[in-house]
Design a binder for this molecule. Structure first.
Ligand code: BMP
Length: 257
């Protein structure tokens, strides 16, 4: 099924928005905005914004983060038509995650979270969505069901349980962060797959990379997260354009089968 067809099956508003936007922009690229300064972040977004559907942030890595930065991000997102997902990987009890996610929803439409605290944390997300400042905006969470790094502690059972939670809370869950095709058959979820670079291998802290083509065709990724392969390139704009093309061609091949 194409992203457009799948958007009709999405129970979560943000999943629907992402699937529609991917088809509109002909892009399944999510850039990980992992750069040391805010100035660099803004420069990169101005260069790569047109090629990406989602910008994934780690707001707490910017030493001078403030709500004004969030407002600036929102303006850039409107200008270049992308969606902001904060990759904070929240993992606290419902009462805390509710406040954390509500705060992030002031400037991001999506957030990532661990499911280690179970159902209570998703009930917290439900309250955060209901109480968010602009309830008309599409919002949702990505559940971490698998990780790209070597020797991580996620078990097959944890992945299965996380998938079950995604189904149970499908109106709140945009998709899963995963390294393998999802265990569920519902086409309305977005599989977010990091650990991708044009050169397979990894870094010296356990990160593992596959090629863009393998991420889409073997791992089942829908929206592919690329960080340093773009942000540390001598020409981030060109790197993003090439990555977008490569990923989109792989997706076109997948749906033509
Ligand atoms: P890079 O492409 O530079 O390795 O960055 C990968 C990005 O994806 C980082 O922002 C990291 O937090 C995120 N990520 C990951 O690498 N593996 C996962 O399993 C989940 C992630 O969110």
């Amino acid at each position: 099924m194409t992203f457009r067809e799948r958007s009709d099956h999405a129970q979560n508003h943000l999943a629907r928005s992402i699937l529609v936007l991917m088809e509109q922009k002909k892009s399944n690229l999510c850039v990980a905005l992992d750069v040391p300064t805010w100035e660099e972040a803004v420069r990169i977004l101005q260069e790569v914004g047109e090629y990406v559907v989602v910008v994934k942030t780690h707001f707490d890595t910017f030493p001078d983060w403030s709500p004004a930065r969030g407002e600036q991000l929102k303006k850039l997102a409107a200008l270049h038509s992308f969606i902001i997902v904060e990759d904070r990987k929240f993992g606290d009890i419902g009462n805390i995650i509710k406040s954390q996610i509500k705060a992030v929803f002031g400037w991001a439409q999506g957030a990532t979270m661990h499911t280690i605290c179970g159902e209570g944390s998703l009930e917290g997300v439900r309250m955060a969505v209901e109480e968010a400042s602009d309830p008309s905006l599409a919002r949702g969470v990505f559940l971490v069901s698998e990780l790209s790094c070597a020797e991580n502690l996620i078990s097959a059972q944890y992945t299965k349980k996380t998938t079950e939670l995604a189904i149970q809370y499908s109106s709140l869950v945009t998709g899963l962060v995963a390294q393998n095709p999802l265990l569920l058959k519902e086409p309305g979820f977005v599989q977010l797959t990091p650990g991708v670079s044009s050169k397979p291998g990894g870094d010296n802290l356990g990160q593992k990379y596959v090629t863009p083509r393998d991420a889409v065709l073997l791992k089942g990724g829908d929206l592919i997260v690329v960080g340093r392969a773009i942000t540390q390139s001598p020409d981030p704009k060109d790197a993003a354009r090439k990555m977008r093309n490569e990923l989109w061609n792989a997706y076109a091949e997948r749906v033509s089968d």
